[in-house]
Design a protein around this ligand. Structure first.
Ligand code: NAD
Length: 505
């Protein structure tokens, strides 16, 4: 008799040292999408307790900001070690709470480990410029300083990686962190904090309350958003959420990283390696049951290869194994909940009304009727109309035929979101056109690799209604620090700006 997900989750949390009352005595249930069962009940924070956490985090920041950056990096190095030791347990908890397959759960934890490695190196590279000055006997430079409390709000679909992308960078930059995970995934939030606590204990002399987790829904997020002691709000989730969070943070002149919805597309040109395109599109569209921000949702296929590629794609869809992601050889797991299922069904009926032909999309009875499993859907559309222009967070791939690449790129860009994009081609001109200033308008533009996923070394994020934020690699760290331009006069003169003579003798 297999162990219940509930006892499995509880055993993992107890191995991490999370006190049982934190996940058994609360008023807010946490459900596993795998079976629909409640696996824990947690105690939500209030606006007051969140404000207390923020005040404590601010006190921690005041001490942490003067710790040398490479030493701060040492904490993140230890955190990476703890994550390596915790990988199997945390990956499994991700699978239980978010419905990911074991390899996806472990893959998410690996992203956490990778960002720690990146951040450790970064802790010795937080450098600014020395800039040529027009004044004799002067030196001008820029320096980067810690910013303050970083408030992280995250979505259910990457319950642990997004926090670590923010936290590893924030910590080496000299900041403290208060994290509000999705109300759908509080347990992984508690587990992550416990893992970081292990690293903090080994590190020894970090200030208390350097990183904290607050549990709850939008109201708790709002308490982070509106608090002037939160210098940076890094919010990942729907564009709907970003529309509220962005203006509220702006109103108090806070800083914001918005990582919002995507409506990602691929273009398959006549010269494409179709075997490669088939695999990349199938994985990009169906992986994680279409619940990645970078999921492939639209596909423009050239008329010359449409009748070759699309039937093969439909075949791949028909044969894909959907089921309990914790069992072997299952590629597509459940939707997160009933709302996600209802959203998918209404998008499919709107697509039919707009002239689309739907293949798949039916609900499958797997496990219990409290869990929502679906056959991934391919919808052949006459043009980019109806629900195609919006993100539906479910496995629906809209496929359209094109004849002119310039028009396909224009259609590709004619949606509100701008996260990830891909072209499949072996033609150098087509590739360069897609990557050029007149090409894809997304934050991520790929060639012969799908839209889904990203390496931590690059800056991650998107344009337009995706929010414009960047996190993770490259120089995304700059959003987590404040920049000062310093001018030093080592001469005996005081040349005034603009040649002004100001004689006060
Ligand atoms: P969601 O917007 O419902 O919730 C995301 C988080 O925002 C949750 O923690 C939620 O409690 C919080 N929240 C909601 N309203 C808020 C408010 N008014 N004030 C403060 N906090 C608030 O999103 P979801 O359903 O959890 O996740 C799916 C969405 O997230 C999709 O649109 C997906 O594309 C997007 N996403 C984007 C990225 C990215 O990097 N661009 C990554 C993952 C997910």
């Amino acid at each position: 008799m297999p162990q219940s997900l509930k006892s499995d989750a509880h055993e993992i949390l107890s191995r991490f040292g999370v006190t049982a009352t934190r996940y058994t005595d609360g008023s807010m249930d946490s459900f596993s999408p795998v079976t629909g069962e409640a696996v824990a009940s947690v105690t939500p924070d209030t606006a007051d307790s969140t404000a207390t956490s923020i005040a404590k985090a601010h006190a921690a920041f005041l001490a942490w900001r003067t710790t040398p950056a490479p030493k701060r990096g040492e904490l993140v190095r230890l955190f990476g070690e703890e994550l390596r030791a915790a990988k199997d347990d945390l990956g499994r908890l991700v699978s239980i709470e978010a419905g990911k397959s074991p390899s996806e759960g472990a893959g998410e934890v690996q992203e956490m480990i990778d960002i720690c490695d990146f951040a450790v190196g970064l802790s010795r590279q937080l450098y600014g410029l020395t800039i040529a000055t027009e004044r004799p006997g002067h030196r001008m430079m820029e320096t980067w300083h810690p910013l303050g409390v970083v408030g992280v709000i995250s979505a259910f679909n990457f319950p642990v990686a997004v926090w670590s992308w923010n936290t590893a960078i924030a910590l080496v930059c000299g900041n403290s962190v208060v994290w509000k995970p999705s109300e759908k995934t509080p347990l992984t939030g508690l587990a992550c904090q416990a893992i970081l606590d292990r690293a903090l204990k080994r590190f020894g002399d970090a200030p208390e309350n350097l990183s904290q987790v607050v549990i709850g829904a939008a109201d708790v997020g709002q308490a982070l958003v509106d608090n002037p002691q939160v210098a940076l709000v890094s919010a990942t989730g729907s564009t709907r959420m970003g529309r509220i969070v962005g203006p509220r943070v702006a109103e108090r002149f806070g800083r914001c990283i918005l990582e919002l919805g995507g409506n990602n597309a691929g273009i398959v040109t006549p010269s494409a390696d179709l075997d490669m395109a088939l695999r990349a599109v199938a994985f990009g569209a169906m992986g994680t049951a279409g619940q990645r921000c970078t999921t492939t949702r639209r596909l423009f296929v050239h008329a010359d290869v449409y009748d070759d590629l699309v039937p093969r794609l439909k075949k791949a869809y028909a044969s894909v194994s959907v089921g309990n992601p914790l069992t072997e050889n299952v590629l597509v797991g459940p939707l997160i909940d009933k709302d996600a299922f209802d959203g998918m069904q209404s998008a499919l009926s709107a697509a039919k009304n707009a002239g689309g032909t739907v293949h798949g999309g039916e609900r499958l009875e797997v496990e219990t009727d409290a869990a929502f499993y679906v056959k991934p859907a391919i919808v052949e559309m006459p043009s980019q109309t109806g629900p195609v222009v919006e993100e539906t967070f479910a496995p629906i791939l809209y496929v359209m035929r094109y004849t002119d690449l310039e028009e396909a790129i224009a259609d590709h860009n004619a949606v509100a979101a701008g996260l990830s994009s891909a072209i499949f081609t072996t033609d150098l001109r087509e590739m360069e056109q897609f990557l050029s200033a007149a090409g894809s308008d997304c934050g991520i533009a790929n060639v012969n690799i799908g839209t889904s996923g990203a390496e931590i070394g690059g800056a991650f994020g998107g344009e337009k209604e995706t929010g414009g934020g960047r996190e993770s690699g490259s120089d995304a760290w700059k959003a987590y620090m404040r920049r000062a331009t310093n001018t030093i006069n080592y001469s005996r003169e005081l040349p005034l700006a603009q040649g002004v003579v100001f004689d006060i003798d």
